[in-house]
Design a protein. Structure first.
Length: 51
């Protein structure tokens, strides 16, 4: 492949690896998990003793 002769294979590996890590890190930090506020509230259990 004479078109790719100037490119070093190690340089290509490093380049695509950096793109892979960049894509994964952006995907991790951009993702927003919506917290359901109803499930976050704790029910306060109160005992009313009937004597």
């Amino acid at each position: 492949m004479p078109q790719m002769a100037p490119l070093n294979w190690l340089m290509l590996f490093i380049f695509f690896t950096l793109i892979f890590f960049l894509y994964n890190s952006l995907n991790y930090y951009i993702f927003n998990y919506k917290i359901n506020l109803k499930s976050q509230k704790k029910n306060k259990i109160s005992f009313y003793w009937k004597w």
